[in-house]
Write a protein that binds this ligand. Structure first.
Ligand SMILES: C[S@@+](CC[C@H](N)C(=O)[O-])C[C@H]1O[C@@H](n2cnc3c(N)ncnc32)[C@H](O)[C@@H]1O
Length: 253
């Protein structure tokens, strides 16, 4: 095998846990690590330790290597910082569903939890478009397994990991507590109190290797200051902004 080629990865079955968080729905598999179905491999998520060469490659490396690093001991399952809670208030826009609430006070900038689910190619990624183009009669989900499954396009639990890599994480069938985070609209007039951020995790025994992930973080004091600077109080709902694109897509379709 020549230098620079990806190393073949053993197929990883999803890591699930027998211990479920309270209120976890039976029909959804509870994951303790990201699910990477074939033909994808975790090498897609590795970051290189040495800056790559080539135009603009260094800039991209700089932005990746400045991402927060989450130590493996910070990713406990079930997560003691949060509670999945059924919403029973008629005035809540997600009444009848679930939300994610803080089990203790969470200071600004705290890492709360990783967003876990099934890794897949985004439908508009170059690899997915190539896969779709080479298919004659099969449905997109059968072309390359998870690679170009257009069903993710309408999922309410799909989050883009890195548009440049063309990867996303979908938690509609399996995931962790993070899949229950609602959007702030109609819930918290002051705006979101948390956000999704790209981050890196240590995988394997220390020092391990670094892999890309999406984490949920309490908003930093930052520009808005005020209410955001306080962090999230114990018992408060954790809410993010899904972005206008999420809601516009549902209005149109
Ligand atoms: C990622 S899920 C969030 C968890 C969801 N409440 C559940 O119990 O599975 C996204 C879905 O939650 C609901 N949702 C989240 N935030 C909402 C909001 N601010 N207003 C109305 N519905 C919301 C919508 O049905 C949306 O498609």
């Amino acid at each position: 095998m020549s230098k620079g080629q990806p190393h073949p990865q053993p197929q990883r079955s999803p890591k699930t846990s027998n211990q479920l968080p309270k209120n976890w729905p039976r029909e959804i598999s509870y994951l303790t690590s990201i699910h990477i179905p074939q033909p994808l491999s975790s090498s897609l998520l590795h970051i290189q330790v040495n800056p790559p060469t080539g135009s603009n490659a260094g800039d991209r490396f700089d932005s990746i290597s400045s991402l927060p690093i989450i130590e493996s001991r910070a990713t406990v399952s079930p997560n003691p910082l949060v509670r999945i809670t059924p919403i029973t208030s008629a005035s809540h826009p997600a009444n009848g569903q679930y939300g994610l609430f803080a089990a203790r006070a969470l200071p600004p900038s705290t890492f709360i939890i990783l967003y876990l689910g099934t890794l897949h190619r985004s439908c508009n990624s170059p690899a997915a478009e190539e896969a779709n183009a080479s298919s004659s009669s099969a449905t997109s989900s059968s072309i390359t397994g998870s690679t170009a499954d257009s069903s993710y396009a309408t999922s309410d639990y799909d989050l883009s990991l890195d548009r440049d890599l063309g990867l996303a994480i979908d938690a509609s069938k399996c995931g962790n507590e993070a899949r229950f985070i609602n959007d702030y609209r109609g819930i918290r007039p002051a705006g979101p109190n948390a956000e999704f951020r790209d981050c890196l995790v240590q995988v394997g025994p220390a020092p391990g290797r670094l892999e890309r992930r999406i984490g949920v973080f309490v908003l930093s004091p930052g520009k808005a200051g005020g209410a955001r600077a306080k962090g999230i109080a114990k018992g408060e709902e954790i809410v993010v902004s899904y972005g206008k694109g999420f809601w516009n897509a549902r209005k149109d379709g």
